[in-house]
Design a binder for this molecule. Structure first.
Ligand SMILES: [Zn+2]
Length: 249
């Protein structure tokens, strides 16, 4: 049983047997890892506090090549995400980030960029950054890392450069289109402000992104992400409830 030591985010966890937890980690070096944490339930369990969702922890675990579930040996908190619990929108945005990571990262694949993305997002939320901005930034970057974000400045059909300003998006192909290749029905118009938001979110560090996207850009992100996930994300519903923002799921 090879032992590994790594840094990881706790993405989710659930009860297993009477006193154990199954924990899904996003590790820096090995991507998604599922481990069994023995005797980790209950207030006196020393591991329980370190294994709060979105905590950054230093872990050591044993991998089992023949079985999917590894064994967690140790977990010590590097940075707790517990302060998010005092702000329902911040906590909800953190859950969106975690659910996106669970959806886009596959076990057995390295996911260092995803690890850094989660790190930036949680750090920003802990610093009091706007929850909706962080959640949409995470959504944009997970679809980019997943290779499904369309090229912003070229028509997906003919490859021609698109003029500056607003443009059309074809949800069925998941690409932007020039005027000649805009589908007869169902195309989504992204205004100047929406295009600029997308451009800023791609170019700028998260802390310099000062607002959530306009509705058209948010709808586009949802459409692109659903092409990959093929379902709603449950955590988005809670985020829109706690922030009173528009439907997104
Ligand atoms: Zn075209």
């Amino acid at each position: 049983m090879p032992a590994r030591a790594d840094e990881a985010f706790v993405l989710t966890r659930h009860a297993y047997r009477e006193r154990d937890l199954v924990v899904v980690l996003l590790t820096r070096a090995s991507g998604i890892v599922r481990v069994l944490a023995r005797r980790a339930r209950g207030i006196r369990a020393p591991l329980a506090a370190a294994l709060e969702p979105l905590s950054l922890v230093r872990v050591s675990y044993f991998e089992k090549p023949t079985r999917e579930l590894g064994n967690l040996d140790e977990a010590t908190a590097v940075r707790s995400a517990y302060p998010l619990a005092s702000s329902p929108p911040g906590w909800a945005a953190g859950q969106v980030v975690a659910e996106l990571a669970l959806t886009f990262c596959q076990p057995g694949q390295r996911a260092e960029a995803a690890f850094r993305l989660v790190d930036h997002c949680v750090e920003r939320l802990l610093a009091g950054g706007d929850p909706l901005t962080v959640a949409h930034y995470a959504e944009l970057w997970f679809v980019k890392l997943g290779g499904v974000f369309p090229e912003l400045d070229r028509c997906g059909v003919c490859g021609e450069a698109l003029p500056p300003g607003g443009r059309s998006f074809d949800p069925s192909d998941g690409t932007f289109t020039c005027a000649a290749h805009r589908p007869a029905r169902g195309s989504l118009r992204i205004g100047d402000a929406g295009v600029e938001w997308l451009r800023s979110a791609i170019r700028l560090p998260l802390e310099r992104l000062t607002a959530a996207p306009p509705e058209d850009a948010a709808t586009l992100l949802q459409s692109v992400r659903r092409r990959f996930t093929e379902r709603d994300l449950l955590s988005w519903r809670y985020l829109t409830q706690t922030t009173g923002s528009g439907e997104h799921g």
